[in-house]
Write a protein that binds this ligand. Structure first.
Ligand SMILES: Cc1ncc(COP(=O)(O)O)c(C=O)c1O
Length: 419
């Protein structure tokens, strides 16, 4: 089954906005003996022996993170974005504190909500008013909400994240209210590292958390960064991660993250730039082919993500399934105005992975045509699928990394039936 999965993805166009491909070098260090080891605690202050090289790898990874995000503090031990968020919640809040967030229907992540990590911590959440036309929080409404609620923490960041959060406009209110500020950059870590999108730590944000496998093309893992001159906060964040919500962390992922950050330092700006160019180009082509891409008046997006409204084509579930049958991989998504949460009318698309495979604006035009044939013209997915596969076979190598051009889908497998 694993071999079948690998072969399928080699023949498919990956457009899930939260996924990416690791570089060959990152994969190599991830698939090492580090995968078998334990290292509770911090570099050079461990609870286990056997960490002589692990300590060096982890402190190198922290240094690379601090360099790339231009900050004083980095913790690279969280095994996922949700776990990092739990750790930040442990550090910044107590049960029953108030926290303001973007609602899940407006693109916020479940870990920001009562049904997720925020609820596990027992914090009470209040949602920012959302400007559906511009797909962003409503600034004046947000100012009013912050003044009214006086939250302990104001959390920003989304899973459907088209435009930078207007943090500069809110800075004064943060100071008046005296809240901590937290930005979940899971989706846009690679864009921030590439000096695109926005620079939250320079725009009034105390702490950023984020997965390291979306626009930052690293291992399934996460990190936390901060630039405040506050050792007390650093200590709380450290304790939030361990012993708060982890015991061992995933050392092979820390090594793979170190490689990813070193590669981002070298190639991250060009990569982030092309991701955004591709997203805009894909948005424009889809729009010209009769797909309702949100926010045409704003150039569709300033990130890797696009949202399309497919109500007229029988909704998000049908469109996502038809595209999957044609080997084009996307996900259905709620639109802010959807009334039925189990029947979303949207589809979310991301360009970070196809960009990683070396695609540029011309290829976005080709992808838009393949999507439109299925969605707008109603062509059978079975007819489009072989064309998707032959298009994709031209793009199987990883770019924007050391050893550029190595095959993305070559995984060693054993002969026999086990794989
Ligand atoms: C904004 C945001 N935060 C957190 C997460 C959770 O990340 P992970 O899947 O690494 O737990 C996601 C996942 O997509 C996300 O979009």
């Amino acid at each position: 089954m694993t071999r079948k999965h690998n072969a399928w993805f080699k023949d498919s166009i990956p457009l899930i906005a939260s996924e990416n491909l690791m570089s060959p070098l990152a994969r190599e260090v991830q698939n090492s003996d580090l995968n078998n080891r334990y290292a509770e605690g911090l570099p050079f202050k461990r609870f286990y022996q056997g960490n002589i090289y692990v300590d060096q790898i982890e402190s190198m990874c922290e240094d690379l993170a601090k360099d790339l995000f231009r900050c004083k503090f980095a913790d690279v031990r969280s095994p996922s974005g949700t776990v990092a968020n739990l750790a930040v919640l442990m550090a910044l809040t107590s049960p029953r504190d108030k926290m303001t967030t973007v609602s899940t229907s407006d693109g916020g992540h479940i870990s920001h909500a009562k049904i997720g990590a925020a609820g596990v911590r027992g914090v009470k959440t209040y949602n920012y008013p959302f400007d559906e036309k511009n797909m962003n929080i409503d600034v004046e409404g947000t100012k009013r909400l912050l003044r009214e609620v006086k939250p302990k923490v104001a959390l920003f960041g989304q899973s459907v994240f088209l435009f930078p959060t207007p943090l500069d406009e809110l800075k004064d209110v943060f100071a008046d209210v005296g809240c901590s500020t937290w930005y979940d950059g899971a989706h846009v870590m690679g864009l921030i590292a590439g000096k695109r999108f926005q620079d939250p730590l320079r725009e009034g944000i105390d702490v950023i958390s984020g997965s390291t496998h979306k626009t930052l093309p690293g291992p399934q893992h996460a990190m936390i960064v901060s630039d405040l001159p506050r050792p007390d906060l650093d200590g709380k964040l450290r304790r939030g991660v361990f012993p708060g919500v982890t015991s061992n962390h995933h050392l092979h992922c820390v090594a793979a993250l170190a490689v990813t950050l070193a590669e981002a330092k070298e190639y991250g700006e060009a990569y982030a730039d092309q991701i955004i160019r591709n997203a805009k180009a894909l948005g424009q082509s889809l729009h010209e082919k009769g797909v309702d891409v949100l926010c045409e008046h704003l150039g569709f997006t300033e990130s890797h993500t696009l949202v399309i409204d497919v109500e007229e084509f029988q909704g998000g579930a049908k469109v996502a399934k038809d595209l999957e049958d044609a080997n084009i991989i996307v996900n259905k998504n709620l639109l802010p105005w959807d009334s039925n949460p189990v029947k979303p009318h949207g589809v979310r698309l991301g360009t970070q992975e196809v960009t990683r495979l070396g695609m540029k604006e011309n290829e976005m035009e080709a992808i838009a045509e393949l999507i439109a044939r299925v969605v707008v013209k109603g062509e059978s997915p079975d007819r489009v699928k072989p064309e998707v596969a032959s298009f994709k076979q031209q793009f199987t190598k990883v770019h924007y990394c050391f050893f550029e051009g190595e095959e993305a889908y070559d995984y060693p497998t054993y002969d026999g039936d086990l794989a």
